[in-house]
Design a binder for this molecule. Sequence first.
Ligand SMILES: Cc1ncc(COP(=O)(O)O)c(C=O)c1O
Length: 482
Amino acid sequence: MQFAEQPADILARLEQLRAADAPTHGGHVLSYVYDSGLAELDELAAASIRAVQPVNGLDPTTFTSVAVMEGEVVAFARDLLGGDSDVVGSVTTGGTESCLLAVKTARDLWTGSGRPRLVAPVTVHAAFHKAAHYFGLELDLVPVGQDGRPSAQAVIERLGEDVALVVVSAPSYPHAALDPVAEVAAAAAAAGIPCHVDACIGGWVLPFWSGLAPWDFRVPGVTSVSADLHKFGYAPKGVSVLLQRGRDRQRAQFFTTTRWPGYPVVNPTMLGSKSAGALAAGWAITHALGRDGLAELAASCERSTAALVALVDGIEGLRVVGSPVGPLIAVAADEGTPADRRVDPHHWADQARAHGWLLQLQPGLAQSDGSVLPHTTHLTITPVTEAVLPELSAALVTAADEVRGVPAVSPADVLGALPGLPDGPLDSAAAAAILGSIGLVAGDSGGLPDRMAPFLALVGALPAPLVERLLTELIGRVVEPR
Ligand SMILES: Cc1ncc(COP(=O)(O)O)c(C=O)c1O
């Protein structure tokens, strides 16, 4: 066959495109990527993906390798997360899918009437907002304290007959808070309500973290746990596990139908046909690392996290939120310092980016009890962080020095820069015009402006539906054909 373009040219172009990406290795991006720092693991993952490239993960009876790999990954995860032989599970394509399926299962098993409720601390991952939206549950969010932790009592008080599921996190993404799993699970069990532990980010690293009380299947009343291999399991994107206590519970996760004139559909997860690549990579990595390897990498994360917590706490004008459990931290302005010595965490993140380090800006949040969680900057720490700790630390200190005393972007200023906002819903052109007026238009290669603090201020100042519409427009346009 005469190809339209030569494979070598296509790959050269891909390489060029990849060169413009944020660096996926080397520890300069402190969110999204989980770099073990072990090149052999990346090679192993790539070879494993290649070996199953043509396989359809839809049918583990035709492609029996899928059944074996999935069974072994689930067994490894179950053991890691304190489950016995009553715990079964599925490999999914990621944290969001695991969370969606935990909610779908609970909804399908709920026997009440009316609209089921999903109770969770306000810090629960947005995947549960999505799940509630997709599956028609009312999301009941419980305020947390300034340390990012909910009181167990506050969560327990919300439990009732209409609750289909209560969710706690181990830990939460925004503040690395370990929710009160044991207390909530016990109360939920007493009320006959299932309890999901979202350990998407912590599941493969907290089992090795020092000094933690049980938060997994060792806790009676925990009915399901999600844990992502593509985070601290160091697998390429596209692989997570959802474990459920009890076969009968897990069977409610499936969608099965014979009511069409095609093949019987038996889907334990959301997709139909699916790649087996990430499963194979995750499977290979669990075999290569084993518990000892994971423990070694977790120890590196723990050392780096302790060092960064101490570093940030030592920077005048900044503070770490709460007591992070796991390799992630949220950094806020230290309100105890005079305004002219304070460091705004979003200016700090923008400044760190100018020095080549990508931190993640998180908006503040007004909670239903009237209290406000401050805006923060998030850092995910991975094994590779340890190798770059001296340069990273120096950059974080310098960035803070460079923006100390610069006030946070005032919502009034960004709002003032906006054209008059329409009353009704925005159409695509109007949304794009607003984005343009605040300089938030993706460049030719899709990238965004270097300074994100003004945009985050807008997120805090504008009504959520409006910002959500603007963000939808932004990302919709980023991937449109140019
Ligand atoms: C606690 C938690 N739950 C769920 C998710 C969603 O995972 P994913 O991005 O793999 O869909 C994340 C992602 O960071 C997370 O931290």
